[in-house]
Design a protein around this ligand. Sequence first.
Ligand code: GLU
Length: 448
Amino acid sequence: MPQLHEHLMPIFEEIVRRNAGEPEFHQAAREVLESLGPVVDRPGGLVDADLIRRLCEPERQIIFRVPWVDDAGRVQVNRGFRVEFNSALGPYKGGLRFHPSVNVGIVKFLGFEQIFKNALTGLPIGGGKGGSDFDPKGKSDGEVMRFCQSFMTELYRHIGEYTDVPAGDIGVGGREIGYLFGQYKRITNRYESGVLTGKGIGWGGSLVRTESTGYGAVFFANEMLRTTGDSFDGKRVVVSGSGNVATYAIEKVHQLGGTVVAVSDSSGYVVDEKGIDLELLKEVKQVRRARINEYADERGGAAYVAGGSIWDVQADIALPAATQNELDEDGAIALIRGGVRVVSEGANMPTTPAAIRSLREAGVKFAPGKAANAGGVATSALEMQQNASRDSWSFEYTEERLEGIMRSIHDRCLETADEYGVPGDYVAGANIAGFMRVADAMLAFGVI
Ligand code: GLU
């Protein structure tokens, strides 16, 4: 593990001590702190370690009981979270994750990442995250609705278009946002469109929001390829996951002339040398909410591998788009052996620190999620803009804005990496550029 700057080591030790049993948060914080050494050392720099210490403590953390009644009439109890991490640049902004693995440490890691990601977009949004250990898998629509209504019955008092603006993440898509918005509207008696993003198109949502995280991760990878005069054309691509991010990453790769030859879910992966058939994938995963093996059953020539590692599939470009720490050192070594040249994170922190080190040592271009997957939250901010002006933009215009934002994030990462003496290091570039924008605002506000 790389050494931390002498002024940052005590901050990291304090984080570990005060947030015991939260390894994902420690991991996310350490990665940012590792990048900030040159910032602290900058002669005449205004940023001191105390500001960084302040930034590592969430402004507010809310944990609440979510009781609901299942279809059999039994009372179920889940835990709800909202970590309002930093509001220096705008209202807290970040998704809600419904997944059995959710706990306060997971929400904190996601909220922490969100601060820098949102800052990188250049748009006026702070950082936050929330969710629940509720598992939507196998639940009826009625159960999901009752859960969402109960969740919002507590959450509504903490959020608002100028306060905190949740959206989706794993397990929270259009259906859940609909139930959540409906309950918020009912409790507050206000049609406050800007309180949630990822809404349906007919009731305040933005075109391209559904596609934006996946599209954005591919736009970002495309910019990385362009630095060496390359493109997606004719490339073999592996995309892990098969949820919203993966689905629309595949769509954009195919539009740009690449071929996605493998996708996965938590049960295993499929290899389809002809290129993933997106309509069939959507039918299996979105309509039927079924397992990925059904894709292989119905698609001639495709093979299903139960368990196993999707990173064993040879690829020029890899887009980890499932969940945190899914690409470990062994996976990275397998990818390197297969000749991978670019890795762009569609998910949040899907690559372990050891895997990032291996990729970097092998000369693979690596984009961290807080830069590469910022397209989702950036389009959420565009949704907020449309809501504030009671307007709605065309698909083409919104996609153009998204592509422009991804290009400018890419360029800012590279310029910042150059400026701080680590050329080509997208991780340091993203961390420093995102941090500096937040730090400037925090300095202006004084100690609050
Ligand atoms: N959950 C997404 C993310 O990780 C989007 C958040 C949002 O749109 O607010 O960035």
